[in-house]
Design a protein around this ligand. Structure first.
Ligand SMILES: NC(=O)C1=CN([C@@H]2O[C@H](COP(=O)(O)OP(=O)(O)OC[C@H]3O[C@@H](n4cnc5c(N)ncnc54)[C@H](OP(=O)(O)O)[C@@H]3O)[C@@H](O)[C@H]2O)C=CC1
Ligand SMILES: O=C(O)C(=O)[C@@H](O)[C@H](O)C(=O)CO
Length: 277
């Protein structure tokens, strides 16, 4: 079994440097894929109300031989549940579908600024954290201004901001802001959903130098930037490949070469405009 190292969040939680994305993993096959990821050594699992697979994630956690307190389950409040009372009800629903009595990290999935209820939503997450129902509280797809606004209003800075991040969109400014404010960055779609990223010449060159695959070079780039990537894979072989990235180190030139692929967001995911219900 692989051991994935951890880093402390601002709230003291030992947080894996690499986790497992579960979007599109559902049904019995999804449970089997999530169980295989846990067997391989993944300890951080990422789901959301909107993925429709909290039941599958919960089943995999409950059926696994790994003790519950060694696993970190993340879920997310969807846009339609923004608001204080609505969020508390949303978390109840997630707990029920997961079949768990605690969620280790709960995020606001998207800020939906036109609705402007993310501050009350975060306040509800903080209240549930204080009651012991949630371990850590964070956000996803938040800008610097939005992070400062929730911290000013609630006195709590989100422990994590999960954002689009891959070599085509390295998010240098946001990562620097996170580092300054003690926020852990998490990279969603860290492989740019495969796309043509894995055939880029610069990545092949770096991978060749270290005798690793292009995917491993990309995931090591994330961890060395100080972000936790959450690659999704339905195959045990690729899950193992993706997690096995902690026994080689890219140098500064290689990190910069991969970051030079930057060209911007790949999908319609601008937090100021994207509305996800
Ligand atoms: N907060 C947010 O707004 C968002 C959060 N997310 C989270 O991030 C997670 C990861 O992002 P996702 O969009 O799934 O994209 P990823 O960048 O993780 O890419 C997943 C794709 O890459 C393939 N793949 C995985 N490993 C390999 C490998 N070693 N070699 C070749 N191909 C590989 C997978 O195929 P296969 O399964 O066949 O291996 C799949 O097609 C999601 O599952 C979700 O949990 C995603 C989007 C937005
Ligand atoms: O997968 C997720 O968590 C999402 O939020 C995506 O649906 C995301 O909204 C997206 O693909 C944006 O283009």
């Amino acid at each position: 079994m692989l051991t994935i190292p951890t880093v402390p969040l601002a709230d003291g939680t030992a947080f894996p440097e690499l986790g497992f994305g579960t979007y599109k993993l559902d049904g019995d096959e999804g449970v089997a894929a999530i169980r295989s990821a846990i067997d391989i050594g993944y300890r951080l699992l990422d789901t959301a109300v909107n993925y429709g697979n909290e039941e599958e994630v919960g089943r995999a956690v409950r059926e696994s031989d790994v003790p519950r307190d060694e696993l970190l389950v993340t879920s997310k409040v969807p846009g339609r549940d923004h608001g204080f009372d609505e969020t508390r009800r949303s978390v109840d629903g997630s707990l029920e579908r997961l079949g768990l009595d605690r969620i280790d990290l709960h995020l606001i999935h998207w800020p939906n600024p036109s609705v402007d209820r993310y501050v009350d939503t975060f306040r509800a997450l903080v209240s549930l954290r204080d009651e012991g129902v949630l371990g850590s509280v964070g956000v996803s797809n938040f800008t610097e201004e939005m992070l400062l606004r929730v911290a000013d209003a609630t006195g709590v800075m989100p422990a994590v901001n999960q954002v689009e991040l891959h070599p085509y969109f390295p998010q240098a400014n946001l990562r620097a802001f996170h580092a300054e404010h003690g926020i852990r960055t998490e990279s969603w779609s860290p492989l740019a959903r495969r796309s043509e990223l894995l055939t880029e010449r610069v990545i092949a060159d770096v991978a060749g130098t270290h005798d690793v695959t292009p995917t491993q070079a990309v995931l090591r780039w994330h961890t060395q930037l100080g972000s936790t990537p959450i690659p999704k894979s339905s195959s045990a072989e690729r899950q193992r490949e993706n997690a096995d990235v902690f026994d080689f180190t890219l140098d500064e030139t290689e990190l910069r070469a991969i970051s030079s692929l930057a060209r911007g967001r790949l999908w319609d995911g601008d937090p100021e405009r994207h509305e996800e219900m």
